[in-house]
Design a binder for this molecule. Structure first.
Ligand SMILES: [Ca+2]
Length: 569
């Protein structure tokens, strides 16, 4: 978990300025890049893009959530929840049934999307990195070619957005209730804050908006609609509209309580996985069983009295702080609902297995409730596009920064190259050019988004972009030519959740993973077609030896193609 530290000081002046009268500030305060910059010098320049005067250029609405498993989307056949608005995008356009990320963790995945380059090239390898926003990204190209660009909601790249005419982003991970946003466009509630370094020197000024009593999902939608309503109508627009939901700690909107019922939900078949023959999976700490009774599972101190873990580790206090962000009327709705629901805990707490199933059901209750609110908010934006006659010529994308475990292997969270977290939902609608009801089965990756947007916008795709454009597939059903996807996770067992560093490739049928970390150095191989849950590591078995050696050669080839560093033996 990312615990927010108060690095800002000198709460300041409230300034009274109306929407959009401040000049573009993007980039002014982006600060020094502290990451080890692995970006190649010759590829770090924004290539020349001419202004394109073409009235038919599509608008772009890129909608991304955080940690949304495709198993929790009805268009993907979910048995857990209905998501009618995400389904609308899928039904009126294309659904990608084999969509993946390159590095299954928040910041790095976002950096891959923005740059169209793998983590080792864009420099943002793990969540402790800081994105070098001055390297080329697709929003910068769009802006330079004449688009009005905006990003609202979750950003989480530690540096300010670059390439956006308007941005209003959640501070850090953001909060579900009474969220704080920072922006380049102050309004009547903005508080100006000076950010100082350790020596007390002011290094930048921030404009912060705190929306007391607001629910982050709805506020993000409000900001998106506000941008659309006030946009420069002489230009095409590209808006990134990113939700915090359904990120941990999954706090539902009080107005939706009671909509989701998981009281009889069955755990997945491999919920009680013993991780046999998978040493890295055995080491991890992302089991539903590891969840905190307070912070994750919303029990009050009175409910879990005697459970010292939560209290001693400060999670009870963390939870109290989040709960404390609600207004009195929100708290009373919350309490009325959860006090009743929490009674079940007393019946199960003495039985280890029953308690674990209860934890899973509570987790899913809150996770699905967060998704319910988000899907509804996406509906508001889709309705606006319809009402304004914008739907036809606007590309609408829905995706997540990665997938998520919702009980598979007994887990929550992401990080592993296993299917549930390497996958990410992807649906695309563009009625003017993309036929409805398309199902795309070829493998695509978040690496491909930048090239695709530039291609649709009529901009030549820069040579240094590593992803491929999906435009030909979407418009003319041209097959996607790619044999294998490259994946690399960098954080390691010394970091949160103890997931070992690993890299590998995924083909249409198999997956080869190399785990290499402190005390670990082994390969895993899965026949995904026969074993989609990846319970049976086949590496080293005689029957797979030919495929195994082909996969090894393919891994080397793919790494060479992407200029990926060699992992030392
Ligand atoms: Ca995420």
């Amino acid at each position: 978990m990312n615990i927010r530290k108060n690095t800002t000081a000198s709460m300041g002046r409230v300034i009274l300025l109306s929407f959009f009268i401040i000049p573009v500030l993007s980039g002014c305060f982006s600060g020094k890049n502290k990451t080890t910059n692995t970006v190649k010098k010759e590829s770090a320049e924004l290539q020349d893009v001419a202004k394109i005067e073409n009235k038919s250029r599509p608008n772009i609405v890129f909608i991304m959530s955080d940690d949304h498993s495709e198993r929790a989307i009805s268009a993907y056949g979910s048995e857990l929840i209905n998501t009618p608005n995400i389904d609308r995008i899928a039904n009126e356009g294309a659904i990608f049934k084999n969509s993946f990320v390159a590095n299954s963790i928040c910041g790095p995945s976002r950096a891959v999307m923005l740059t169209g380059k793998h983590s080792h090239i864009n420099g943002f390898t793990d969540n402790h990195s800081r994105f070098d926003g001055n390297q080329p990204t697709y929003p910068q190209y769009l802006q330079k070619s004449g688009y009005q660009t905006a990003v609202v909601g979750k950003w989480h790249l530690h540096s300010d957005p670059v390439g956006f005419d308007y941005w209003e982003i959640l501070r850090g991970q953001g909060h579900y209730y009474s969220p704080e946003f920072i922006t380049n466009t102050p309004n009547e509630i903005t508080v100006v804050k000076d950010v100082k370094n350790k020596k007390g020197k002011v290094i930048k000024t921030e404009y912060e908006n705190t929306y007391r009593g607001a629910y982050a999902t709805i506020k993000t939608g409000d900001l998106a609609l506000n941008f659309l309503e006030n946009r420069d109508k002489s230009k095409p627009f590209a808006m990134i509209y990113n939700h915090k939901a359904p990120h941990r700690n999954w706090m539902p909107n009080v107005d939706d309580l009671g909509v989701i019922d998981t009281s009889n939900l069955k755990v997945p078949d491999n919920f009680f996985d013993d991780y046999e023959n998978r040493p890295a999976a055995k080491l991890q700490e992302l089991e539903v069983n590891d969840m905190y009774l307070s912070y994750d599972l919303k029990l009050t101190e009175a409910d879990y009295a005697g459970d010292l873990a939560d209290i001693s580790m400060g999670w009870g206090k963390q939870w109290q702080a989040l709960y404390g962000r609600m207004t009195p009327s929100q708290k009373s709705k919350w309490d009325a609902y959860y006090q009743e629901l929490n009674k079940e805990y007393q019946n199960v707490k003495g039985d280890e297995k029953a308690l674990l199933v209860w934890k899973y059901r509570r987790y899913m209750h809150d996770y699905l409730s967060s998704i319910y609110a988000m899907d509804k908010d996406i509906g508001r934006v889709l309705d606006y596009l319809d009402e304004q006659g914008l739907a036809e010529n606007t590309i609408v994308v829905y995706t997540s920064d990665q997938g998520f475990y919702i009980g598979e292997h007994g887990w929550f969270d992401k990080r592993f190259m296993y299917e549930e977290s390497m996958r990410t939902p992807l649906v695309v609608r563009y009625p003017a050019k993309i036929k409805a009801n398309q199902v795309v089965n070829e493998m695509v990756q978040n690496l491909d988004y930048a090239a695709t947007f530039l291609d649709f916008a009529g901009i030549d795709i820069p040579d240094d972009i590593q992803g491929i454009s999906l435009k030909g597939r979407l418009i003319d059903q041209e097959p996607i030519e790619r044999d294998a996807l490259y994946y690399h996770y960098y954080e390691g067992i010394e970091k949160e959740h103890k997931v070992a560093k690993h890299e590998g490739i995924r083909t249409d049928t198999h997956k080869l993973i190399h785990f290499k970390d402190v005390g670990l150095d082994h390969f895993e191989l899965y026949d995904i077609a026969a074993d989609p849950s990846e319970m049976n590591n086949l590496y080293g078995t005689a029957s797979i030896s030919k495929i195994q050696s082909e996969l090894h050669s393919q891994l080397l080839k793919v790494k060479e193609q992407y200029q990926a560093p060699v992992i030392s033996k």
